[in-house]
Design a protein around this ligand. Structure first.
Ligand code: GDP
Ligand code: MN
Length: 346
């Protein structure tokens, strides 16, 4: 218990891992959120949505991660939203800090260029750290050592539809590695060397590519040529990782670990603004069996400004079929049709 507080005050005592206890129908899984103390209100709202539409039927535990300790207020108010166990974990310094091989001057120079290209958050070092942590660190936290599946939740997201089955059990029973709701194009200027670095890695490790990969989806060129040129061969279509339901063993595989280490050494989490979404998506497209990737069409979801809003009587509070809210061009960011074209419905 890394929070160091006595057990039993804010939550039930635990056996120290998430293995479901005797008599529980739950499988080995947790809801997972990286979140700041200042985002408490948004977290309560997102938790409330997920508890109401799904988790009150299953009571999967919540695991919260932060680079600084959670406040007592954060712990008390989040625990009050759920009957399930909540755990509050601090990220070890060595998982969060900028790696020693990153050149600070080069980072500062790179940020200027990214800013000129209007890359959001390019000058927030914590945003780069967050993307790197979500790419290659979260699954190494000791608190997840005994956990197999997770569902990532961010503050302020919405869930709209009643879901009556255990989605973690669905993942397990159907050999699913990864579940998503939204597929989007990315800003090419945030990842100019990600695909070239990936190709270097593949030249060294062709054996890691799964025979049923989604390479055609990764390299699709139906978007305008300038976009493709700037991303140097990657379509930028990615699973939007603020929502993900996944099997941790994929990230713990040798293929992914070697791939992450290659990318980490290349420095693009800092010299560019590689997001965990394109990194996860490229890895899944290359190393996973594409039939183990599942679109959760039935989970109504929003992270501003995009929606997955199914046309179903189980859904309330979103506009059926709507994808984007705001400017018209946002609707063209949807690249799910590509996924369906190359890979099918999964
Ligand atoms: P966006 O979705 O790309 O606009 O980025 P967000 O600001 O939503 O950040 C993504 C996730 O990481 C959210 O769950 C944030 O709460 C979390 N996050 C981002 N930066 C930090 C940080 O410095 N510390 C902590 N604890 N969480 C962070
Ligand atoms: Mn967000």
């Amino acid at each position: 218990d890394s929070t160091g507080e006595p057990e039993g005050i804010l939550r039930p005592a635990t056996s120290g891992n998430y293995a479901p206890g005797p008599g529980s129908d739950r499988i080995n899984a947790t809801l997972l959120a990286l979140v700041r103390n200042e985002e408490l209100e948004g977290m309560l709202q997102a938790m409330g949505d997920l508890e109401r539409t799904w988790n009150h039927k299953f009571n999967y535990p919540w695991t919260f991660f932060n680079d600084v300790p959670f406040s007592d207020e954060f712990k008390q108010k989040t625990q009050a939203v759920t009957k399930a166990e909540c755990r509050y974990e601090v990220i070890p310094e060595e998982h969060w800090a900028m790696p020693s091989w990153i050149n600070k001057d080069l980072y500062e120079e790179s940020v200027k260029i990214l800013k000129e290209q209007e890359i959001q958050y390019a000058d927030m070092i914590s945003y780069h750290q967050m993307c790197r942590w979500n790419s290659g660190m979260f699954y190494k936290h000791p608190a997840l050592a005994d956990t197999q599946f997770y569902w990532r939740v961010e503050p302020k997201v919405h869930f709209f539809c009643d879901v009556d089955y255990d989605v973690f059990r669905y993942m397990q029973d159907n050999n699913k590695t990864y579940g998503f709701t939204i597929n989007l194009y990315d800003a090419p200027a945030s990842i100019p060397t990600l695909w070239p670095e990936t190709q270097k890695f593949l030249a060294q490790h062709p054996e890691y590519v799964h025979k049923n990969n989604a390479m055609d989806w990764l390299t699709d060129k139906t978007r305008r040529p300038a976009h493709n040129a700037k991303a140097n061969g990657y379509s930028t279509c990615h699973f939007w990782t603020n929502f993900e339901i996944a099997d941790l063993s994929f990230w713990r595989s040798k293929a992914y670990e070697d791939y992450f280490n290659h990318l980490d050494r290349a420095g693009g989490f800092f010299y560019e603004r590689w997001g965990d979404a394109p990194v996860h998506s490229i890895a899944l497209g290359l190393f996973a069996d594409s039939s183990s990737i599942h679109w959760f069409r039935d989970i109504g979801y929003q992270h501003i400004p995009f929606f997955n809003c199914p046309n179903s009587p189980k859904c309330h509070g979103c506009v059926k079929g709507r994808f984007a809210e705001g400017a018209d061009w946002l609707n063209q960011e949807d690249c799910r049709p590509n996924w369906f074209k190359y890979v099918g419905m999964g």
